[in-house]
Design a protein around this ligand. Structure first.
Ligand code: ZN
Ligand code: ZN
Length: 143
């Protein structure tokens, strides 16, 4: 992710009256610079050393705020903990069944599926979700 994306996010936060703290900035730029779709715990492990006073709750509260401002997406997978994604472009995820890695891939939006769902049920369709499951290239090597 680019510095430009961070600048845009900072503007949005400023516009929303959010005070920028070093911790907040670190959480945001961490998310924007990773493609790993981290959990709150993973963010905590990565940044905790730098910010000893930062708690898991702090991170969670910040993520919730970023989410409310449409800066990040929360991905929920059943009962395992949520993961966070700062890539707001429309994309899909492929999930490794062995190590849990989530990778982005792009596919022309499945809008036809939404239309079909709407036509056949009369629903006003708002969104859809699709995940692809498999074994990542790293896990394929280590049998
Ligand atoms: Zn894997
Ligand atoms: Zn993603």
């Amino acid at each position: 992710m680019s510095a430009e994306q961070i600048q845009t996010a900072l503007k949005i936060l400023k516009g929303a009256g959010v005070r920028m703290t070093p911790q907040r900035h670190a959480i945001l730029s961490y998310l924007m610079n990773t493609k790993s779709h981290p959990t709150v715990d993973e963010i905590y492990k990565s940044l905790g050393g730098k910010f000893p006073s930062m708690s898991v709750a702090t991170i969670y509260n910040n993520l919730k705020m970023f989410k409310d401002l449409d800066l990040v997406k929360e991905l929920t997978y059943g009962d395992s903990s949520s993961r966070f994604d700062a890539n707001m472009e429309e994309h899909y995820h492929v999930v490794c069944l062995k190590c849990g890695t989530i990778e982005d891939f792009y596919y022309s939006g499945l809008h036809q599926v939404e239309e079909e769902a709407s036509t056949s049920t009369g629903f006003k369709v708002i969104s859809h979700r699709m995940e692809v499951y498999g074994v990542c290239s790293d896990c394929q090597v280590q049998h």
